[in-house]
Design a protein around this ligand. Sequence first.
Ligand code: FPP
Length: 254
Amino acid sequence: MERVKHIAIIMDGNGRWATMRNRPRVWGHIRGSANVASIVEEADRLGIKALTLYAFSSENWSRPFSEVRVLFSLLKKFIKRERARIINNKIRFKIIGDISELPQGTQELIRELEQTTAYNQGLKLTFAFGYGGRAELVYAMNQFITQNPGQKINEKDLSNGLYCPDLGDVDLLIRTGGDCRISNFLLWQLAYAELFFTQTKWPDFSPAEFSRIVDFVTRRERRFGTIGEVSDLNEAQKLAERNRVTINQQLGTH
Ligand code: FPP
C-alpha cells in the first residue's frame, strides 16, 4: 500500500481497562474519550485523509442505561471541548448512525458542527454513533429501491447510498482491546481493508503505537507487492516464510 488514506478504529477495551484498576466501567469510557483527541491529531499529522471511529454501536443499546448516558455525555463534551480545534485544523466532522435518541441539545451541537465544517478540506473525522453496518446496508438498499422502483442495484449504486459515500473504502482497520472481530462495523467499506488487532486497551492506545501500526502496514503491503515476481515454488516458499515472519512481528507488537 503506497499510502494509507482511510483508517477505521474500533476503540475497545475501556471497560476491562477500568475493571483491572478496580474502577467502574464508565471510568474507562471517560479515560478513553480523553484519548480520542491525541489520536485524531496524530492521524492529521500522518496525512491520513479519513479517520472513522466506532464510538457507539447499535448493539451498545443493550448496555445499562447509566453507561449509555455516560457515552452520550462524553460525545457532547468532546464536541464542546474540541470544536475550536476541529474548525482551526480544517477538519470535516461527521456522525454516521442513528442519533435520534440523543438529547436534543447534543443533536443540535452535532448538526451545527457538521454544517460549520461541511466544506473543510482537511481530515475527514467521522464518529460512528448508534451505528450498525447491516443497518447501513439496508438503508442504502431502501434508498435505491425507493428512488428506482423495479430496477436492479449494482455495487456503485450501493456505495453511493451509504451514510457518507465520500469516505470510500477503508484501507486499515485497527481494533484495540485484543478481540479479533469486526463487530458489524463498516461491513461494505472493509471489503479490502488490512486488519490489525492490538492487545492494547483503548485508554492506553498511544499516538506512537498508532503511528507504528500505520508504518508497519504500509511496509507489509509493499513487501507483499512482490508476489507478481514469484516465478517458481522456491520463491513461493520464501514468500510464505516472509508472511509467517510478518504475522509473528504483528503478534510481537504488543
Ligand atoms: C468499548 O469498550 C468501547 C465503547 C463501547 C465505546 C467507545 C467509546 C469511547 C472511546 C468514548 C466515547 C468518546 C467519544 C468522544 C464519543 P468496552 O466497554 O466494550 O470495553 P470492554 O470490551 O473492555 O468491556
